[in-house]
Design a protein around this ligand. Structure first.
Ligand code: LLP
Length: 432
């Protein structure tokens, strides 16, 4: 086959993103063409990449009672939610806003788990009215409040306790959540007492147990350690006559941004199920809350090169996407791959810091990248499907990007580009 006919994947684990000849394509669609059609900055997602990612979890869980609850904080566009709802997923939500999105996208309330360390009473009430599957409760205080809210509604709130297993997920401190010093969950040593309390409170119905130890986890061992800690508790809780129907192992599986090699979802799930079986818990329903691993490598952020600014110390490649569009590099010092949408084989690569127009030195997308680029070219920031648009802001009164979903031959605009007037439409001048 000629070089022009061959599609070469550019990232492990992201087969839908490939270079054919000079052209970078997502599901066969040239990203530069989409950029010209819809403008930049532009998020582009592959629907089949999302389907494939969730399929790997579901196939590994087939034949077992299970529910994959997409952690929608990773990417909460309605069409993304619709894709996972149609694939049979539930959702892990952390706010009433997320609840409203799931319902608007056609997701089922009885497949929602409601996580989060700071649920308000009104949010609990809305979730009870909608009929969510389970509240993942994170403190004794929250147990008591949920009990009150449920009784006021004349119902019993289904709940599980989010246990902090004190396991090091080996990831960035900002996204590590299962250590003693973290704000999340009920300490392992206090969990039994909390279950006793939950079983006594008339507004609660104990359903399960859960944990979530962090994000961008690239090893299996922390999951197995956390599961062991959960199962120890399950055994002590059930010994007191409090039944636990499901075990929710949380999310957190990492993806390849550069040279990470996380386990494949089916390998991770296989090991978890193996441990459940080995400890005699194979009958239990398994819940998972993956976010990043379902959408991260299904999406890119496409941006246009505005200026090339060679400097004495650093060469700057100024693009039209910024930290407000994609905050992970600025916030976590995160590495995201950057690829030209059209390669320029005739041009010698130079070393660039790829930066945005926002007035902060922290506004960078990539540092010290060897790129052959010219003004007007398009660059794709890779692995941007998770925690990209979902964390975007309007800083510098920058309208948020448009979003496009490709699905085989089809191209869907799933979010229009914001207009500046929308950004201050809710603000009011003071009347004299
Ligand atoms: N479940 C709970 C309770 C969570 O807090 C999270 C993520 C997940 C599930 C999904 O985790 P995932 O599978 O996506 O790793 N903004 C950061 C990531 C923050 C993750 C917060 N919690 C980033 O861009 O890396």
């Amino acid at each position: 086959m000629s070089a022009a006919g061959q599609a070469a994947a550019v990232l492990p684990g992201a087969p839908h993103l490939a270079r054919r000849g000079a052209t970078l394509q997502l599901e066969g669609h040239a990203l530069a063409e989409l950029a010209r059609r819809f403008g930049t900055p532009l998020y582009v997602y592959s629907r089949n990449a999302m389907r494939a990612a969730v399929g790997a979890y579901q196939r590994a869980l087939a034949g077992r009672p299970h529910l994959v609850c997409y952690a929608m904080k990773a990417n909460s566009n309605l069409a993304v939610l619709q894709t996972f709802a149609e694939a049979g997923c539930g959702f892990d939500i952390v706010s009433a806003g997320e609840l409203a999105r799931v319902l608007a996208a056609g997701g089922r309330a009885d497949r929602i788990v409601f996580s989060g360390v700071g649920k308000r009473r009104d949010e609990m009430a809305l979730a009870l009215e909608a009929g969510v599957r389970c509240f993942n409760v994170e403190s004794e205080g929250e147990l008591r409040v949920l009990d009150e809210v449920a009784r006021a509604h004349g119902v019993r709130a289904p709940m599980s306790l989010r246990v902090n297993p004190d396991v090091d997920a080996g990831t960035h401190p900002y996204i590590s959540t299962g250590l003693k010093g973290n704000k999340f969950g009920v300490a392992h040593g206090q969990a039994l007492a909390a279950y006793r309390l939950a079983a006594e409170l008339p507004g609660l119905r104990v359903e399960g147990i859960d944990c979530h130890i962090g994000s961008q986890i690239t090893q299996i061992e922390p999951y197995l350690d956390a599961l062991d800690r959960l199962l120890d508790l399950v055994e002590s809780v059930e010994a007191e006559g409090i039944g636990l129907r499901h075990v929710d192992v949380g999310g957190g599986l990492g993806i390849t941004y550069t040279d990470e090699s996380p386990p494949a979802a089916d390998v991770l799930v296989g090991r978890l199920l193996g441990r459940l079986d080995a400890r005699g818990h194979g009958h239990r329903e398994v819940l998972l809350e993956p976010g990043r691993s379902l959408v991260g490598n299904a999406g890119v952020l496409v941006t246009e090169v505005l200026y090339l600014k060679p400097g004495e110390v650093t060469n700057f490649c100024v693009v039209d996407a910024a930290m407000n569009d994609l905050t992970r590099p600025a916030l976590y010092d995160a590495y995201m791959g950057i690829e030209p949408c059209e390669a320029r084989p005739g041009l010698l690569p130079q070393r660039w810091d790829v930066v945005g127009p926002v007035c902060e030195s922290g506004d960078w997308l990539g540092r010290q990248r060897d790129l052959a680029v010219a003004v007007g070219d398009h660059l794709a920031i890779l692995s941007a499907g998770a925690y990209g648009m979902a964390m975007a802001s309007n800083y510098n009164t920058r309208p948020r990007a448009a979003e496009v979903m490709v699905d085989g031959a089809a191209v869907h605009l799933i979010r229009e580009r914001e207009q500046p007037a929308e950004l201050f439409a809710a603000e009011r001048l003071i009347q004299h």
